[in-house]
Design a protein around this ligand. Structure first.
Ligand SMILES: NC(=O)c1ccc[n+]([C@@H]2O[C@H](COP(=O)([O-])OP(=O)(O)OC[C@H]3O[C@@H](n4cnc5c(N)ncnc54)[C@H](OP(=O)(O)O)[C@@H]3O)[C@@H](O)[C@H]2O)c1
Ligand SMILES: *[C@@H]1O[C@H](CO)[C@@H](O)[C@H](O)[C@H]1NC(C)=O
Length: 294
């Protein structure tokens, strides 16, 4: 399902990347290599999972706006096509491909990464954003449901990171961005699998950062608070809860998906070259404040 708009060899692609960065940085001349522009992703290839809607789509648009060739992943091919059209409407000059696969399917993950490399010539940025949630009291939480969440939220990102890191280490440059949650450091009733999975994402971020840092590959985590997406629809529809989010968040409102684009572009870019193993909390201040009324 991968449909690149432009096919290039790895060598040509690397040369183009160097040239575009040199052209975009006219500040220095002579034999000194110019410093790469801080937020420019021109020539980079990014694989974004869960990019057909919600936070992943907003992240894909942000990366494309800054010049990256984005490969959008989700399970539903029709939703992906619509998402690709929407991205091209937002960023008409974007280079965007789609790749329909399930992050719980190891063979599909391995194949998808190989296909991005062969068709785009490189793979610089991985955004592990696809994720699911199941809500139930502990006594009613089935083992199958628990395993399903762990497979999608933890095992999928682990397999994709392992596969992408091989190419990134070869190139001496790479960015892995895991979308965790404020539930990666906090607990909440009925969310047993989700909370466990997001704590695991925080930990996997740190262990991979420790191992890949020496090869120019950084691994960081974005921890969103409450954003209006399909995932949080049941919470948005509960007006008591929806209002509590506003009253307990210093920003006094829910997050909008586009507010994750900047944090993702930052972590994917040259700006974040010395940021590794970090979790960037993007929650309007909710998890850093104490909420009980007097
Ligand atoms: N929304 C929030 O407030 C919030 C807060 C904290 C953290 N997060 C995290 O942010 C990430 C995105 O959340 P969201 O709110 O944008 O969710 P969403 O609106 O439900 O979108 C989920 C995306 O992931 C894809 N997806 C789901 N399961 C997949 C699988 N097994 N394989 C491949 N793709 C899959 C979906 O497409 P298909 O269904 O077609 O596969 C869709 O594109 C998740 O990791 C979530 O835990 C969200
Ligand atoms: C709505 O949210 C409130 C506050 O979190 C909670 O007490 C209540 O049980 C929720 N209602 C439903 C129907 O889930």
């Amino acid at each position: 399902m991968l449909r690149p708009l432009l096919l290039r060899t790895a060598a040509a692609s690397a040369a183009a990347l160097a040239a575009s960065h040199a052209a975009a940085s006219p500040r220095r001349s002579g034999t000194d290599a110019p410093p790469p522009p801080l937020f420019d992703l021109t020539g980079r290839v990014a694989l974004v999972t869960g990019a057909s809607r919600g936070l992943g789509h907003a992240i894909a648009v942000g990366l494309a706006e800054h010049g990256a060739h984005v490969v959008m992943c989700a399970r539903c091919p029709h939703a992906l096509e619509a998402a690709r059209a929407a991205l091209l409407e937002a960023v008409p000059r974007a280079r965007v491909s789609v790749s329909a696969f399930d992050v719980r399917d190891e063979a599909a993950c391995v194949g998808a990464v190989a296909k991005v490399e062969s068709e785009c010539g490189r793979l610089d940025i991985l955004v592990n954003n696809a994720g699911v949630n199941e809500r139930a009291p502990l006594a009613e939480f089935s083992t199958a449901s628990f395993r399903g969440v762990i497979d999608a939220n933890v095992v999928g990102p682990f397999v994709l990171s392992r596969e992408c890191a091989k190419a990134m280490q070869r190139n001496g440059w790479g960015r892995i961005i895991n979308v965790g949650s404020i539930m990666g450091t906090l607990g909440r009733e009925n969310l047993h699998a989700y909370v466990a999975s997001k704590h695991a994402v925080t930990g996997l971020t740190k262990s991979m950062a420790a191992e890949l840092g020496a090869n120019g590959v950084t691994v960081n985590c974005i921890a969103p608070g409450y954003f209006k997406t399909d995932l949080t629809q049941p919470l948005q529809l509960n007006s008591t809860f929806a209002n509590e989010v506003c009253s307990q968040t210093p920003a006094r409102r829910w997050g909008a998906a586009r507010e994750l684009a900047g944090p993702a572009v930052f972590l994917a870019s040259e700006s974040a070259s010395y940021v590794n193993g970090a979790t960037l909390v993007v929650d309007g201040g909710m998890s850093s404040t104490f909420h009980f009324s007097e």
